[in-house]
Design a protein around this ligand. Structure first.
Ligand SMILES: [Zn+2]
Length: 120
């Protein structure tokens, strides 16, 4: 499954970041996932939970921020959010608009909490 590899690399990246903070542990990973990225957020959630379960990362949470597709109109310079797969400019009706964003797949932020290994 495509999403399993993504969840795994996200966890890897998060762990590397966490290692820089020995007195904290990861609580939440926030991801930005564009609707054009080809990633299924539900599947990604599922894979993430499977990888975290029974690992030392438990109870790490995943939050997905989904990003709508944005297009830019070359005629009137309007940037707009695409709805219903309609790529025409809502302002002037220009049909040939340019892709701006919506295929992102990136770590937005990591939340950590204080943690003392060995403390009760
Ligand atoms: Zn326009």
């Amino acid at each position: 499954m495509h999403e399993l590899g993504i969840a795994s690399s996200v966890l890897h990246e998060a762990q590397q970041e966490a290692q820089k903070h020995p007195r904290a542990r990861l609580r939440m990973v926030k991801l930005r996932v564009g609707e054009m990225s080809g990633v299924n957020p539900e599947a990604l959630h599922f894979c993430f939970e499977v990888l975290v379960r029974d690992s030392k990362l438990e109870p790490l949470q995943l939050e997905i921020e989904s990003c709508a597709r944005q297009q830019r109109c070359p005629a009137c310079a309007q940037t707009f959010t695409v709805t219903n797969y309609n790529l025409a400019c809502p302002q002037c009706g220009e049909a040939k608009t340019e892709f701006v964003s919506g295929d992102e797949l990136e770590l937005a932020s990591l939340e950590m909490e204080d943690y003392e290994p060995g403390a009760a």
